[in-house]
Design a protein around this ligand. Sequence first.
Ligand code: AMP
Ligand code: ZN
Length: 286
Amino acid sequence: MHTTHSDGVLSVPALVALLGEHGVSAAVLTDHDTTKGSDEFREQVALLPQSFETFTGVEMSVGHHDKERHILAYFWQPKRESPAWQAFSDALQAARRRRREHLPRYLKLLNDLGMPLEQAEVLQFASEETVGRPHIARAMIARGYVTSVNDAFDRFLGTGKPAFILREYASAEEMIRLATAAGAVTSLAHPWSSKVLREELEQLVSYGLAAVEAHHPSHDPGTVMDYLRHAHDLRLLVTGGSDFHGGTVDGRGTVQEGAPRPGSCGLQRNDYERLRNELQRRAAVA
Ligand code: AMP
Ligand code: ZN
């Protein structure tokens, strides 16, 4: 799930309130390239009437063979004083810095396409932490250039579209190794939308990838089965989640009919317990 610390629409307290309403009992924040909200999230869910379990999480944008991939890192409790956590945390900070450095390049492309935008117009939708294409999309909506975030991706910002940039990323190998050394279980996020097939999955596993996100709102039942089979064959853990960004189409808080709800896509208890056990085991040796 994502909050205003990255490209979600809801703040941490607003998201937690929604989780409370939906009776969710376990969930993890996985903002893009930051763990900023995780402590506040832990504090807030502890106040919910239902019992609630959470980990620390982050969704990292990484590069692999000139393609962008998203890798989730889950921690039972990060050991913030450890050199391994520091190294991992520094790498995330570098990723956030690169995001900011790329913003003028997107704006140049959009300007050339006849859609001028000032940096400040984009940054008003972003937190101090991370800026990304969804924030650019929201600024484009505000100017009337596009009708929705999806429209902005479909016509301009999505892979291969006129304002798409293959940004510089840390490699998948580097980020998987850094996260694992700091005690994480890493999982390949939404593998189907990234079109990741067996061979690439095997490569990522050779770097230390420990899980695959078999359950995701973009996966139909056959796709889930395919990734469960890969997980079984490659001895991977299974993860899953709603990838909830606030359930809105326009980035302004209008709830989208049929959008994934928090808690709408999750793990079976045995997969969840295997994940939790492994997180605890890794925390003990990190
Ligand atoms: P960036 O962080 O700049 O790489 O932007 C990628 C993020 O934009 C993804 O993590 C999603 O949250 C969001 N996104 C990607 N594709 C779409 C789309 N077609 N419509 C809406 N949001 C999208
Ligand atoms: Zn993602």
